[in-house]
Design a binder for this molecule. Structure first.
Ligand code: XUL
Ligand code: CO
Length: 431
């Protein structure tokens, strides 16, 4: 045991308690035939909780953590503390980037050895703390070598370095029985077209993703490969802008049946969408995989990665998740960081506990809304005209025949209310 979380007790479901406890998240509560823990599949993000120093654009480190530093001994201490937190919270999953868990070496080989040593340190801990890997991923954006992109870099050496890194991270994810492998291309984009060959860069990115899929089959990794869309930040223009853009990209490279999506609330907002729009679209395209459940600040306009705290928004998101059939390999990852003034170990626990409670509340509201059925019935009723055989026939007809039909049948559309406010009032009964 480390003494980082001293005096903090494991969290329990105890709505009557005044201190830190779950008031809404009861892992064993059965909702729609399944335990909440199995529905929500919570995961802690190693990077924000254990590797991020608390800096912002105008100031550096605010957190003082006993494991900050570049040695393997400190990397092991970081892992010890991380698994203690997974235990205190009772979260079933965690996620990492290679760079979160190991010190950077002076060569690729040294970084690889550091990484593999920590990967070998994990299984006993995962077993003892009953924690599984939701996904692994490669950090292809922090180090200066990636400043002009990873797969899309003008320098083939960076492409090669990135491919080697993804191979390593896929091997490790496979070894730890990870349920997904994620690719997020923060530097796969550009700052100015004046120095950028956009066509070439997209080709490089497409081939890179094909290689990841080929390697998945080669090693027999049974998890899902997920791309995480984001419109900008750190790049000014990112190639994986949003779900619709990524879908087009996957089609172009023949990958639409091989790759699904990890959809993040804050990224949806940056792209000018709602989270539920992105989820509904991915689901309708058969590409829904997993979620990063962290919100952005609506005023500041950048990716603030805050823990979720808006129950009505979360409810609408889980409503789409449930309509998509729920998670299979995916889960609810908190790609969220503390505010930089939240210095204490207790803040780290409270942030996750609160987020899990907000999600549980929103999830239960979503389930109740779906079981109630009013919204779905209203939607079905809105499209009921399409149930008639004569309506369906329109879709296999042609403009000329339809034009003749409109006059022959005296077709005369009667506008009907979209009943938006009534739908919103239905939602308000549950949230
Ligand atoms: C960045 C982001 C990443 C990915 C994994 O905005 O969301 O943390 O989730 O690389
Ligand atoms: Co994310």
């Amino acid at each position: 045991m480390t003494n980082f979380f001293q005096n903090i007790e494991p969290l329990r479901f105890d709505p009557g308690r005044t201190g830190t406890a779950f008031r809404h998240y009861n892992p064993d509560e059965v909702v729609m035939g399944k335990r909440m823990e199995e529905h929500l599949r919570f995961a802690v993000a190693y990077w924000h909780s254990f590797a991020w120093p608390g800096g912002d654009l105008f100031g550096g480190q605010t957190f003082e953590r006993p494991w900050f530093g570049d040695t393997m001994e400190l990397a092991r201490l970081k892992a010890d503390v991380a698994f203690e937190m997974f235990d205190l919270l009772g979260v079933p999953y965690f996620c990492w980037h290679d760079a979160d868990i190991r010190p950077e070496g002076t060569t690729f080989a040294e970084s690889r050895r550091n990484f593999e040593e920590i990967i070998d340190y994990f299984p006993a801990k995962m077993e003892r703390h009953k924690t599984k890997l939701l996904w692994g991923t490669a950090n292809l954006f922090s180090h200066r070598r990636f400043m002009s992109g990873a797969a899309t870099n003008p320098d083939p050496d960076v492409f090669a370095w990135s491919a080697a890194t993804v191979k390593l991270c896929m091997d490790a994810t496979h070894k730890l029985d990870g349920e997904n492998y994620v690719l997020w291309g923060g530097r796969e984009g550009y700052e100015t077209l004046l120095n950028t060959d956009l066509k070439r860069e997209r080709q490089q990115a497409g081939r890179f993703l094909q290689m990841a899929v080929e390697y998945k089959y080669k090693i027999g990794f049974r998890g899902a490969i997920l791309v995480e869309p984001k419109p900008q930040e750190p790049s000014k223009h990112q190639y994986d802008f949003d779900v619709a853009t990524v879908y087009g990209f996957l089609r172009e490279f023949g990958l639409e049946d091989e790759v699904q999506m990890n959809i993040e609330q804050g990224h949806a907002i940056l792209a000018g969408h709602s989270f539920e729009h992105e989820l509904a679209l991915a689901s309708s395209l058969g590409l829904f995989g997993s979620i990063d459940m962290n919100r952005n600040d609506y005023q500041s306009g950048w990716d603030t990665d805050q823990f979720p705290n808006n129950v009505p928004e979360v409810a609408l998101a889980y409503y789409e998740v449930l309509k998509a059939g729920g998670f299979t390999t995916g889960g609810t990852n908190f790609d969220a960081k503390l505010r930089r003034q939240s210095l204490d170990p207790e803040d780290l626990i409270a942030a996750h506990a609160g987020a899990m409670d907000v999600c549980a509340r929103g999830f239960k509201a979503a389930a109740a809304m779906l079981q109630d059925g009013t919204l779905e019935a209203m939607r079905d009723e809105r499209y009921a005209g399409w149930n008639a055989a004569s309506s369906k026939a329109l879709l296999s007809s042609d403009l000329e025949a339809i034009a003749a039909l409109v006059e022959a049948d005296g077709i005369d559309p009667r506008p009907r209310s979209g009943r938006q406010e009534i739908s919103e009032n239905v939602v308000n009964r549950f949230v």
